[in-house]
Design a protein around this ligand. Structure first.
Ligand code: CP
Length: 326
């Protein structure tokens, strides 16, 4: 569901599920980013200006239910809840450690969890799972990645990182590289940026991992300009950001095909020196598995290990505070 334009700002997110970037519009993204800036300021100064603690999640419990592995999304959600005064129930690998082992359905698991907590953050290998459980749940469901579908909070933190750097999201030119077919962060990012005006994304991937025709068609309707390129030579030198992604091994049935494609495009210091602009943000949702040379890490434009990852916590803090405000 799209957040309604008619709603007062404070009501835009209250009690809502976060399933897809399809739900968002300009107003809801701008409001979320205002809240993120506010929270980031408070926590970077280690307190509010009046010295009172900021604990909007006091008394709230959020369940993290991760059926796929995670470093950043799991940890940053956990940190976000705790920094805001809330607590978490944490299920990593529920396929082995919960009653799913005994055959419990995902719907039943969610209906149980809602007896104990105020919201659920769920990651699952199957596309559509977050949406499916949101239909049976009476508490907010936040999609932390559904297979090759979407990863909405990652796109929001990526967009916030771009917004924080430039102060706008219209008239943005970006480069997106890697596994565009299976990359859920890319799918959400394209939808998210398409809300803004005059966006051009250059797409570079092995031909087997191009964005699907269905996604290309959808993008056409959204007015975002997608330009498929075939080589580094075609990268324009004035991009606002480069968004590198990993080839998603876990989505390949034929692992020899993965081995063939995994390092098709490597971000090297030499490439950065040749083709990046002086302000181009070097981004990656991570984990990386060889597609970014570690020599790039110390480049001041590289934010994947620092600002981009940290913004994940701040954007999620903002979302929780708005969804669960009491
Ligand atoms: N960006 C991201 O989703 O990373 P994790 O898989 O480590 O959560």
């Amino acid at each position: 569901m799209v957040f309604s334009e008619a709603m007062k700002n404070s009501e835009i997110f209250f009690g809502k599920d976060i399933i897809s970037l399809d739900q968002f519009n300009r107003k809801s993204i701008e409001f979320l980013f205002q809240q993120t800036i506010k929270i980031k300021k408070i926590f970077m100064k280690k307190g509010r200006h009046d010295g009172r603690p900021y604990r909007p999640l006091d008394g709230k419990i959020i369940t993290l239910l991760f059926f796929e592995p995670s470093t950043r999304t799991f940890s940053s959600n956990s940190a976000a809840v705790k920094r805001l005064g809330g607590q978490t129930i944490e299920h990593q690998n529920p396929m082995q450690n919960s009653s799913v082992v005994k055959g419990e359905t995902i719907e039943d698991t969610i209906m149980m969890i809602e007896q104990y907590s105020d919201a659920v953050v769920i990651r699952h290998p199957q596309v559509g799972t977050a949406e499916k459980v949101a239909k049976v749940a009476n508490i907010p469901i936040i999609n932390a990645g559904d297979g090759i579908g979407e990863h909405p909070t990652q796109a929001l933190l990526d967009m916030f990182t771009i917004y924080e750097k430039y102060g706008y999201l219209d008239n943005i030119k970006g480069l997106v590289v890697g596994d565009l077919l299976n990359g859920r962060t890319v799918h959400s990012l394209i939808k998210g940026l398409s809300i803004f005006k005059n966006i051009t994304l250059y797409l570079l991937s092995p031909k087997q991992l191009r964005l699907s025709n269905k996604d290309l068609e959808k993008a056409k309707k959204r007015k975002i300009k997608l330009v498929e390129i075939k080589s580094f030579e075609e990268i324009p030198t004035d991009c606002h950001f480069w968004y590198w992604t990993r080839v998603q091994k876990e989505r390949f049935i034929d692992k020899s095909e993965y081995e063939k494609l995994k390092l098709s495009f490597i971000l090297t210091k030499k490439l950065v020196d040749m083709k990046a602009g002086k302000n181009t943000l070097l981004m990656h949702p991570l984990p990386r598995v060889g597609e970014i040379e570690t020599a790039v890490d110390s480049d001041p434009r590289a934010v994947y290990l620092t600002t981009e990852a940290k913004n994940g916590m701040y954007v999620r803090m903002a979302l929780f505070s708005l969804i669960l405000k009491s």
